[in-house]
Design a binder for this molecule. Sequence first.
Ligand SMILES: [Zn+2]
Ligand SMILES: [Zn+2]
Ligand SMILES: [Zn+2]
Length: 100
Amino acid sequence: MYSCGMCRREFTQQRLLALHMRTHTDLRPFACGVCGMRFGRSDALTVHTRSHTGERPYPCDICQQMFMTSGSARRHMRTHSPVECRGPGSTEIPEIAKLS
Ligand SMILES: [Zn+2]
Ligand SMILES: [Zn+2]
Ligand SMILES: [Zn+2]
């Protein structure tokens, strides 16, 4: 028996295994069960699957808005500017602006 190193499927002929391996050659062995889109990493598939389920497990610490990925939550949190962190009504110029 020839077994596929990626999905453990077994084949009676090496030729059949070689044929099967083509399904893995794009290095995206993880397929979405809903739309069939393929991914190279299981975590990428997990994130993608959330676009079908609408699951948003990453909250913004500041406004509690929910996000699908930790990356988008982090990106969003940058929109809460440093000025806002100083508290409302602050007119202080940030250090970086003074240096430039
Ligand atoms: Zn396989
Ligand atoms: Zn999908
Ligand atoms: Zn927020």
